[in-house]
Write a protein that binds this ligand. Structure first.
Ligand SMILES: C[S@@+](CC[C@H](N)C(=O)[O-])C[C@H]1O[C@@H](n2cnc3c(N)ncnc32)[C@H](O)[C@@H]1O
Length: 286
């Protein structure tokens, strides 16, 4: 039997792939090796794919891998910058991953018609994650969900966004109520945007791993504040900005523990009825 080539995905690529919904045509912009294209076709998430790259070398790599996986009939490769090689409506899912936030924002701005004609965008900026979320919010896209991936001690973030669909998450309302109790301020809506851009609200209330990331940035920002304060001429504004971010991270950590902490995981693991019955058996109830 002929052995099929299947690329092995890193945790970062696994996370991106987990966001791909069932679609007709997936466009993989900046495809490089073409792993996302191949994975989406082999997994049956996409029926067809268009793999694009601005450079010949990476596109050639994608082409070779597509051929190794015998997917030439389902995937085409195109040498083009950003979304220029795609017609509006040609792809219902567009993936742009592994590039800087500014490059991704430029691609979405220059190819706005094509980006907005797609049902979903899957974006994974390598840098400036809050700026990417802010860009989407300010340019008519809703973030349906955020995803965090970890490789060693490096964290990556991806987002599923749409210009037509809104997030429908039952936990969000409950989370906002708890946040309001904690942050009863007149600029509450503004603060929600700040927290959402910084960390992704759904990661705070859905992802127990987020606690590790938040502790990580709290330590990092704490050290940076100390260093900045020791400078000959400390930049008071920068220190205040970082201190505000650190305070938001502390609040996010508190809420993450409340929503996804060990007690919540235990509740999900054990049926609460069983726990109360155990209490009766122990003579725990009168
Ligand atoms: C680091 S690789 C990421 C590959 C893959 N998307 C991933 O996430 O593993 C970035 C790729 O994007 C391509 N690229 C950079 N800017 C681009 C642009 N404006 N349009 C299309 N491709 C671009 C590069 O040539 C490179 O192959």
């Amino acid at each position: 039997m002929k052995k099929t080539y299947t690329p092995r995905l890193s945790p970062r690529l696994e996370g991106i792939a987990s966001l791909i919904p069932e679609c007709d045509t997936l466009a993989d912009i900046g495809c490089d090796h073409g792993y996302i294209t191949i994975h989406a076709l082999q997994g049956g998430m996409a029926k067809k794919a268009v793999a694009c790259d601005i450079k010949e070398g990476p596109l050639e790599r994608a082409k070779k891998n597509i051929e190794k996986a015998h997917l030439e009939e389902k995937a085409v490769t195109r040498l083009c910058p950003g979304l220029e090689g795609l017609k509006p409506g040609e792809a219902d899912v567009i993936v742009i991953a592994g590039m800087g936030q500014r490059t991704i924002a430029d691609i979405l701005t220059q190819g706005e018609e094509t980006a907005k004609a797609a049902k979903y965008l899957i974006l994974q900026p390598q840098s400036e994650i809050p700026e990417m979320r802010g860009f989407l919010r300010e340019n008519g896209y809703n973030i349906i969900c955020n995803k965090m991936m970890r490789e060693g001690d490096k964290y990556y973030f991806a987002m599923l966004a749409s210009s037509t669909e809104k997030a429908s998450d039952s936990r969000r309302g409950n989370f906002l109520t708890r946040l309001y109790e904690k942050k009863d301020i007149p600029e509450f809506d503004m603060y929600v945007h700040v927290l959402d851009d910084l960390f992704g609200l759904d990661l705070i209330y859905n992802d127990s791993e987020m606690g590790y990331y938040l502790r990580h940035v709290i330590n990092e920002w704490e050290t940076a504040i100390e260093k900045m304060s020791e400078a000959k001429k400390p930049d008071a504004q920068k220190i205040a900005e970082l201190a505000a971010k650190k305070a938001s991270a502390n609040l996010a950590l508190e809420l993450n523990t409340l929503f996804c902490g060990i007690d919540k995981r235990l509740e999900a693991l054990f049926d609460m009825d069983l726990l109360s019955k155990a209490g009766e058996d122990d003579g725990g109830t009168e």
